[in-house]
Design a protein around this ligand. Sequence first.
Ligand SMILES: [Zn+2]
Length: 419
Amino acid sequence: MPLSPAVRVDIDRFWSTLDRSAGIGTGRENGLSRLALSDADRQMRDLFVTWCREAGLEVTVDRVGNIFARRAGLDDGLPPVLVGSHLDTQQNGGRFDGIAGVLGALEMIRCLNAAGHATRRPIEIVNWANEEGARFSPPMTAAGCFAGEYTVHWVHARTDDDGATFGDELARIGYLGNAEPGGRPLDAYFELHIEQGPILDADKVQVGIVTHAYSSHGFLVEFHGETAHTGPWPMELRKNALIAAARLLVAVDDIGWDFADTGGKGTGARLVAWPNKAGTLSDWAQAVCDVRHDDPQTSDLMAERVIRAAANAAAQAGCTAQVVDRWDWGGAIFDAGMVDGIRQQAARLGYSHRDLPSQAGHDAYFLARICPTAMIFTPCHGGITHNNHENATPADLEPGLNVLLHSVVAHADRSPEPA
Ligand SMILES: [Zn+2]
């Protein structure tokens, strides 16, 4: 039996669940500072696992800290439909980013339980570890490992600013699981996320259907120079790594401006230096930056300019530059059939909707490399995000949550493809 369109999420139940999450790892007013693998992340994970078990789900954790919560299917040997996002936040994060997608998947399960609807295929909720990359670089670390891009060993060796490793922190918070990440058949992956941009809110459209992703290139660049006295040391002999990194970040901002008229972005996100003290030139600096554009070729061009800018910045400051980490994603990665299915469900449920690209990074990009994948966006006020003023109302989220519910169920219930 197909799920009746009269079955809808319980928005009050969802909202009180989201409110509980918003009390864990609080940051600035109304915001969250729930960095990956912190004590607050552990507390949130524990609560999420409790909720999943109460909903009758079977919970497993893999070796990079991803949590899976499975609801059996009528034909339980079929590959599962995966639905989720992330529960970690930025340092000055909001209460919706990622969280709405994980807790929305939980609401979907609660709804199916209440309706007594068993799906043909199993459904698994997933919480991906360290999506934000705010504590451990790069972002979407554990989804990347699940998709086979990174090894478990490499992920475990990532360090935070205090030298703590990903692997040790996972063990410390009790989420170093046994399951091998990935390497198993998946039917599909769905992710609901707040838009993190202003389009849906400005156009008063209820549901965003993500057709493709901005092509993005991120870089972690290290510069090496020499410490020296800031007074007597001659300008022509200086090797100030701090200045090399600063020059790169300004250059990346300039690249963003050069392509701004066609929607391009260039971001200088982080600069750290050592010793970073008055009186001494720094002999080491790290810069994190990225460029992105809707057109992949333009984005590639911007990335080439970043590489050249790093070499120029190093040369001008008498230093050497090395790209230590690089991450690339985007393009036409979403499954056309799933995208169309989401459109049909939005229309069937009577919601206004529009197609749009995703400009932020998402775990879904890695999943798209290993299984059919699609994303649903919900409006958020003014597109404000990665900011404690990130905001949305129940009315902003309810349509997207219902579209997620019905899209996932329709996909999980479809007839098996003939062999
Ligand atoms: Zn997110």
